[in-house]
Design a protein around this ligand. Structure first.
Ligand code: GLA
Ligand code: ZN
Length: 669
């Protein structure tokens, strides 16, 4: 099976430049003990390696790379362009961004270069080229890490000009543009390309999050994501001039809203991401993020960053409890990671991240709880060699995730402010997670035919071609699950006329005549055919059956008795339409029906509250069994007598797993 690395990279961000060289030697000694085999370096060193426009200084970086090479580290070499050098901001203020409020920024912080600044574009690509030329033939450099956590937005004049060019390419004529944004509304017709203004607070912005023309805003989002992607591509191409083969990545951030990661992933050799759950993030949410990151390329990914212990930037930076970091690392692997990397290897002495956890704490020794836990995991991962690398995560369920839809749904003015895209997706993902039914997070243009079930919650924007693709999928026997706020607009955010859910109306066999919005203190109930009752809220579709059968009806209000949840036969397949935001138990009731009827089932035959995932190579299956519950859980009987990859021992029947215990049950196919 194809994989990018020879071993599981186990390491993380390492900033020796913040320390005197005696400390580096100490680092090497300590980290070796934890089986750290990889370091991500040079992430924020631009000012150090290019101290002025005319001068470069690679002395220190040479020494760092020499040392790591001697110690046989796998080096993840960052291109240093995630934070601008002060001289550049001073000499070329255009490299700084203009914010939503119209203020042009000064030197400071990071991740804030204007993507459309020609000066930034030139200097960043030149830096990437210099690094690849200098270090590209070092066999210890196993991956390039371009910039860092790309994101944000810029509303400067360079961006505005570039936006006009981008729009011209997309629409060709102003008539097409005016139609796409429906500019007859409020008489905002554009008569000249130069009249187009970015949708900021000084323009179409209504408060911080909405604008008067969602079509314009969504195009700006697409443009901004593309602009930043061009920065990535420019550095990538600069690297490729000197290094033809080393994989190139940049670290993504899960469900981060600003960048269309499905588009980005096509340009990346491998996906990597930074996982920073809060103390109260549900395990299912983290699992979903991992699945999304794997889904971007439908390939294993790198965990570029996680904290070994604690963060600094959350409201409450609780410690990872004993065993938690290890369990979370295995959860990451279970969902497709081929590397486990930390931010960071040694804790900073100053700056806003001095309270951020690290493998080596301020105490500076290996004599800490956190270090011992890192060491234990390091020994375990080392013992696996390369055997799990590249293994796949098969699934029969695809959950659609789409950035255009994310933007569009959250730009709507009405019917409610409480509909958050990612939470909506997570509600449905969680059902499969709880049942240990593996899921692929898929883009709207995925090959639906690979799946038995497609779940498309709040599929608000139905773009060209999707109606046909979904109809084909269902006609040929697939099961589609979709919900309220689906099929409403086209790719420009204009409504599909003729009745909701527009292009999904035939498929769902329903017509939604009106949509009621319920305040947080209001709710309704759905009475199902079997007599069970489940509460619902947020939105209630008032719909009519057009061939579908009703599974449940509203209990109260003037639409009591109207269908709330339906099922429709379409060709060989079935569509479930959920017309209201059901509480978790209600979603479970409907999805149980859909799962049973479509023949998708849990990875294990007995009910369990353990998290179970399965990765496969050609010959083996690896069942990752993790207990995230507070109480002990019995391992499913089918794993008894099989081998645990971690210990090499046989799994006992009736084994009780404590919180954060992990087993990797290895089984020949
Ligand atoms: C991000 C960044 C790192 C560091 C960590 C702290 O992921 O990439 O440089 O700031 O957050 O959690
Ligand atoms: Zn800009």
């Amino acid at each position: 099976m194809e994989h990018k690395f020879k071993r599981i990279l186990y390491g993380g961000d390492y900033n020796p430049n913040q320390w005197p060289e005696e400390i580096w030697k100490e680092d090497m000694r300590i980290l070796k003990d934890a089986r750290i085999n990889s370091a991500t370096i040079n992430v924020f060193s631009w000012a150090k390696i290019q101290p002025s426009e005319e001068t470069y200084d690679f002395d220190e970086l040479d020494r760092i790379i020499d040392m790591l090479s001697r110690e046989n580290y796998d080096i993840v070499l960052a291109t240093a362009t995630g934070a601008l050098p002060a001289w550049m901001a001073k000499r070329y203020p255009e490299v700084e961004r203009t914010d939503y409020e119209g203020r042009h920024h000064k030197f400071g912080r990071r991740h804030n270069a204007c993507p459309n600044s020609p000066v930034f574009q030139k200097f960043s690509a030149a830096m990437a080229a210099k690094l690849a030329k200098r270090y590209g033939n070092n066999e210890h450099v196993v991956c390039y890490h371009v910039s860092n956590e790309y994101g944000g937005r810029c509303y400067c004049e360079n961006c505005e000009k570039a936006f006009r060019v981008w729009l011209r390419k997309k629409y060709r004529t102003l008539d097409a543009l005016n139609a796409a944004w429906n500019m007859e509304f409020w008489g905002h017709l554009i008569g000249d390309w130069d009249e187009i203004v970015l949708p900021n607070e000084l323009g179409e912005g209504i408060g911080k999050h909405k604008t008067a023309f969602a079509g314009l805003s969504i195009d700006y989002r697409r443009f901004n994501s593309d602009s930043i992607l061009e920065n990535f591509k420019a550095e990538r191409d600069a690297i490729r001039r000197f290094d033809k083969k080393t994989p190139i990545t940049t670290n993504l951030m899960g469900t981060y809203k600003e960048l269309d990661y499905f588009k980005w992933a096509k340009e990346m050799d491998i996906v990597s991401w930074d996982n920073y759950p809060a103390y109260d993030t549900p395990w299912s949410y983290t699992a979903m993020c991992h699945d999304l990151m794997r889904g971007l390329k439908d390939e294993p990914f790198m965990l570029m960053e996680q904290t070994p212990s604690q963060q600094n930037w959350q409201k409450y930076n609780s410690l990872k409890r004993p065993g938690q970091m290890r369990a979370q690392s295995y959860q990451t692997m279970a969902h497709g990671a081929d590397t486990i990397q930390f931010f960071q290897l040694r804790r900073s002495v100053g700056g806003c991240e001095k309270f951020h956890g690290a493998v080596i704490a301020h105490a500076g020794t290996e004599n800490t709880r956190v270090f011992r836990e890192v060491q234990q995991l390091g020994k375990e991962l080392e013992s696996f060699g390369s055997e799990t690398l590249g293994s796949a995560n098969p699934a029969q369920v695809g959950v659609i995730f789409d950035w255009d839809n994310y933007w569009a749904l959250e730009y709507t003015s009405g019917p409610t402010e409480d509909l958050k895209y990612v939470d909506q997706i997570h509600q449905y993902y969680r059902y499969f997670y709880n049942k240990n039914i593996p899921v692929h997070m898929i883009p709207v243009d995925a090959d639906f035919g690979r799946y038995r079930v497609i779940v498309a919650p709040v599929l608000y924007m139905v773009k060209e071609g999707m109606k046909e693709a979904l109809e084909k999928f269902v006609r040929e026997g697939g099961t589609l699950i979709t919900t309220y706020m689906s099929g409403i607009v086209d790719q420009s955010d204009n409504v599909h006329l003729g009745g909701y859910p527009g292009p999904l109306r035939d498929l769902a066999g329903v017509w939604v005549e009106e949509v009621d919005a319920l305040a947080p203190e209001q709710f309704n109930k759905v009475v199902f055919e079997d007599g069970s009752v489940h509460s619902c809220g947020v939105l209630c579709d008032l719909m009519h059956l057009e061939g579908a059968e009703q599974l449940g009806v509203y209990e109260s209000d003037f639409y009591a008795g109207m269908p709330a949840v339906t099922k429709n036969r379409f060709g060989e397949g079935t569509v479930y339409y959920i017309g209201t935001n059901l509480h978790e138990d209600g979603i479970e009731a409907v999805l149980d029906l859909a799962a049973e009827q479509s023949g998708v089932h849990s990875l294990v035959s007995e009910p369990t509250r353990l998290e179970i995932s399965c990765r496969e190579t050609e010959d083996f299956r690896y069942w990752f069994v993790i207990n995230f519950q507070d109480e002990e859980q019995r391992i499913p009987t089918e794993f008894a007598g099989k081998t645990d990859l971690i210990t090499g021992e046989t799994v006992d029947a009736n084994l009780l797993m404590k919180k954060y215990d992990v087993k990797i049950v290895k089984d020949r196919k």
